[in-house]
Design a binder for this molecule. Structure first.
Ligand SMILES: [Zn+2]
Length: 126
């Protein structure tokens, strides 16, 4: 019973984190449209795997999925994963990608996604 409640709390936290960040980024988007927050990019001129993440979150929060993907595909997948995982946990289910036996596979998949995302960001000049 305690584990179920804990999972539901984790699910609510995931949902809240994703939804609040989507809403906040969408609301704050127009205040500083051309600000670069990335230290890696400021120092090296190259994007990090998360460059464009705030702009992708803002675009997603405003309902523009194509624009969000263009800014940073991994961030869109992150929000989708957080929302799907959060909803499943709130409903009392364990998403298949969060089971202990799949953790290694999921970790490897995340590494591949981050590398592919970084290559994409470098290629498009983010
Ligand atoms: Zn960056």
């Amino acid at each position: 019973m305690v584990a179920v409640r804990s999972n539901r709390h984790q699910g609510l936290a995931l949902l809240a984190l994703s939804l609040v960040s989507l809403g906040a980024a969408a609301l704050l988007r127009d205040l500083a449209p051309d600000v670069t927050l990335c230290g890696v990019k400021a120092l090296s001129g190259l994007p990090c795997p998360f460059c464009g993440g705030v702009r992708a979150t803002a675009a997603l929060g405003q309902g523009s999925l194509p624009e969000a993907f263009a800014w940073n595909p991994a961030v869109v997948l992150l929000h989708a994963g957080m929302l799907a995982s959060g909803a499943a946990l709130v409903l009392g289910r364990t998403p298949p990608w969060l089971t202990p036996e799949r953790q290694r596979l999921v970790f490897r998949g995340l590494v591949v996604i981050l590398i592919a995302n970084w290559v994409y960001l470098v290629a498009v000049g983010r």
